[in-house]
Structures are given as structure tokens and as C-alpha cells.
Design a protein around this ligand. Sequence first.
Ligand SMILES: C[S@@+](CC[C@H](N)C(=O)[O-])C[C@H]1O[C@@H](n2cnc3c(N)ncnc32)[C@H](O)[C@@H]1O
Length: 266
Amino acid sequence: MDGDEHRILQPGEIEYEHGVAIPGVIKPPAEWARTALKHLPDGPLDFQAVFGRSAPVVVELGCGNGRYTLMSALARPDHDHLGTDILAAAIRYATRRANQRGLHNVRFAVKDAETLLRRYVAPGSVAEVHVYHPQPYHDPREAGRRLITPRFLADVHRALRPGGLFVVQTDSAEYWAYMQRVMPAFFHFVEQHGPWPDAPEGRSRREIVARGRGMPVYRGSGTRRDELTAEAIAALVKELPRPTFHTRPAGRRRSQVRREDGPGSQ
Ligand SMILES: C[S@@+](CC[C@H](N)C(=O)[O-])C[C@H]1O[C@@H](n2cnc3c(N)ncnc32)[C@H](O)[C@@H]1O
């Protein structure tokens, strides 16, 4: 299905979005899962209770329609997945897709990323955190809403178990330059040149859209710097720059995009 989001899907059917298959196939209703996490507790989530087993937990923040979480949950049935977004409509699509694919190792919740990490994720409780295409906010008045900040990175570091992995991706050259500056302080940061091998056509909806428009995509990941003490992290949060860069929509500077189309792009 592509551009016809409200058609009833048939068991065995494969859905398409921008010409790229959404991972998994629709199962018969008797095999559907219930993946909406509608009520969050007062404190940190007990993942063992949520998923009914003990398994490594993968968290995706700002997951949009959930394409990456679906793909990872299908490819890694031995991992549990929590996808969250601030937008209820996006989570409705994500939840419906996971339900119809019978993905019992997935939950989706409506929650902003900062609150989720601070209030609902216990220190050292997750194996991976993923963020794909956080909004760059081109309007300078909205720059304060940018997700990737030293404080946010400290919260990701705190949520991850020792050796845990953080994955980021953006199609904004300016946001990427900022991430290159701050990520190595908290993580053993490595840039991924070209698409992730597990998703040659794109891990997320925004990646597929951006590449379809000929925009560069920048990707990277890093394991947690386990040696950082609480004092060292507090100092990093205080000293590292905040994301105050200036940016414009890429469409307005195509010639510049061509020049930026280096090895980290695709
Ligand atoms: C550009 S979209 C990318 C969606 C998806 N990750 C992708 O790559 O297709 C940015 C997403 O971040 C969500 N978002 C924005 N601010 C957020 C926040 N503070 N916490 C969680 N999600 C947020 C938006 O609702 C939107 O779904």
C-alpha cells in the first residue's frame, strides 16, 4: 500500500511507503499483538514486567511511524523494543503496524524523548538508543527545541547499560556538524559512511524521503564511554556548546548540498 493509508489490509499483504516495503507482512487477526503502551507508571518502567521476559531493550526516540523499530523487532526477536514519539498520530500508525505484524517484542508510547529518558528509563537499563532525523528547526526562534544537546546526551548515557549503543542520523549538515562536535565526549563515536547494511533503502521514513529528494544523509553510532564519572558528565553538560547553529531547509541550497555530498552521505 502506498498513499492509501486507510484501506483495509489483507493477511499476507506487504505495505509500501514511498515505494519501499515496510518490513514484515500483515498477519491474520488472531495473531495480532497489542503494542500500545497507553499508561506509563509513576516511575521508571519495569521492562521485564512490560514485555513478560528479560531481554536487551532497544529504545527509539522520535520514532515517527516506527519503520526502524518494526524492522529491528522483526530482525531481532530476542530483543525488546520501545518506540516513542511526541506525536500521537505517528504512534497510532506505528502501533497499528506492529500489532498487525504480531510483534510481541514491541511497545509504542506517546511521550517526548526528554521526559521518557528522565522519568521512565532507569539508569543502565537499556542496550541501545536510536534517534533518526530529529527536527533541525530552521526557524531560529525554535532552536531551543533541538533534541540533541549535552544534557540530552548525558541522559542517553545514563539510560544505557555499560557498553550500550547510541545511534543517530540526520539530513541536516549543520546538525551533523554539531553532533560530530559533541557525540565523541559521551560515546566512542564512529561515522557510518553510506546506508546501514541492514536497510539499504533507508532505516526510517525520513531517510527514504530525504534520499528521494537527493539530500545527503549523515549517520553515526557510538558505544557509551563507561569511564565517565558523574562529575565528568556534569562538567561536559556545563562546558559543551548548545545546538545554536544556523540552518536553512536543504532545498534552498542545492548547490551547497552537492558539495556536501561526501562519504557520509547517501
Ligand atoms: C523528522 S521526523 C523523523 C521521524 C522518524 N524518526 C524518521 O526518521 O522518519 C521527527 C520526529 O520527531 C518527533 N519529535 C519532535 N520532537 C520530539 C520530542 N521532543 N520527543 C519525541 N519526539 C519528538 C516528531 O513528532 C517527528 O515524528
